[in-house]
Design a protein around this ligand. Structure first.
Ligand SMILES: NC(=O)c1ccc[n+]([C@@H]2O[C@H](COP(=O)([O-])OP(=O)(O)OC[C@H]3O[C@@H](n4cnc5c(N)ncnc54)[C@H](OP(=O)(O)O)[C@@H]3O)[C@@H](O)[C@H]2O)c1
Length: 271
């Protein structure tokens, strides 16, 4: 199954908010015919109405794929709309944080091929990273299709086991917020040392963005990149002595933060 099948059999999008729109924009940009897309959303945005997709009409009988992009708390109300697509040949992909595959199996039927995906907010600008895992009803070509569809909003990785999703959520799902806080606190520290607030924020944002790009694109690993800019007895080394402190620095702090997020994800999944 591939994008040609999607164009022919159709794609159903349940929920077209921030994430749904970002994905749809990518699929249309890469050539998916608008008329092959059927959207269900109670309050379609102006942007959506201009895309030439079908909104709120009758769903295709046997679409290649149905994407669930509503908030987890709306799931109970929204899922019955696509119940007819369960237990068949339609691949269901959910991007809802914290909703386990078993929830979809219990509503849509145990024989439904279901992929659970965890994207993150940079998906809005095509720079997300999404982890995917499927139940045993998902055929290899359907997994490839899920990956192809999610590549429209950034990078994709496959998990071996759904249990890994809690830690993935704690690292990449919630991770952008940690980086935003790093920007905030780096800027605030610059202000505390005497810089004007707007200048400090400009420096902090550009530094995080540039370093992130470098870490992603350079073949050298981040530890080596760090070592490369750390001259003995220099300014970077002075800061890193604080940040890399085994008891008070980043290592124990991020260890605790990620553990707290993973634990919360497990609690939410168990209701
Ligand atoms: N944003 C992220 O970075 C991110 C990251 C990882 C995972 N996710 C997951 O992605 C999903 C969507 O998040 P989002 O940020 O895109 O949320 P969002 O902007 O609130 O989008 C959800 C959309 O679903 C619509 N909706 C509500 N009830 C519906 C129903 N019964 N039938 C069909 N559509 C319905 C909403 O309409 P109204 O606005 O009119 O209610 C809204 O347009 C969530 O499950 C979230 O956990 C998001």
């Amino acid at each position: 199954m591939n994008m040609t099948d999607v164009a022919e059999r159709g794609l159903v999008l349940l929920g077209c908010g921030k994430m749904g729109s970002a994905m749809l924009e990518g699929w249309l940009r890469t050539g998916l015919p608008p008329l092959s897309v059927s959207v269900i959303d109670p309050d379609p945005s102006d942007w959506l109405k201009e895309q030439g997709v079908q909104i709120g009409g009758k769903l295709p009988k046997n679409p290649a794929v149905a994407i669930i992009a509503v908030k987890p708390q709306m799931m109970g109300a929204a899922l019955p709309d696509v119940k007819a697509l369960g237990n068949g040949e339609t691949l269901v992909i959910s991007i809802a944080a914290g909703t386990p595959i078993s929830t979809f199996e219990s509503v849509l039927g145990e024989d439904t091929p279901i992929v659970r995906a965890m994207p993150n907010t940079p998906a809005a600008i095509g720079r997300g990273i999404t982890a995917i895992v499927g139940n045993d009803k998902v055929a290899a070509d359907q997994m490839d299709l899920a990956e192809a569809l999610l590549l429209s909003v950034g990078d994709v990785v496959r998990l071996d086991d759904e249990d890994q999703m809690d830690v993935v959520t704690a690292v990449s799902g919630s991770g952008p917020a940690y980086v935003f806080h790093l920007i905030e606190t780096l800027a605030a520290a610059g202000v505390a040392e005497g810089l004007p607030a707007d200048l400090a924020m400009h420096l902090a944002k550009a530094t995080v963005a540039g370093a992130g790009d470098l870490a992603e694109h350079d073949d050298v690993n981040p530890a080596q990149l760090r070592a490369n800019v750390t001259s003995p007895n220099g300014t970077t080394e002075a800061a890193l002595k604080v940040l890399m402190d085994f008891e008070t620095g980043f290592p124990p702090l991020l260890r605790r933060a990620v553990a707290a997020a993973a634990q919360r994800s497990r609690e939410l999944a168990n209701g």
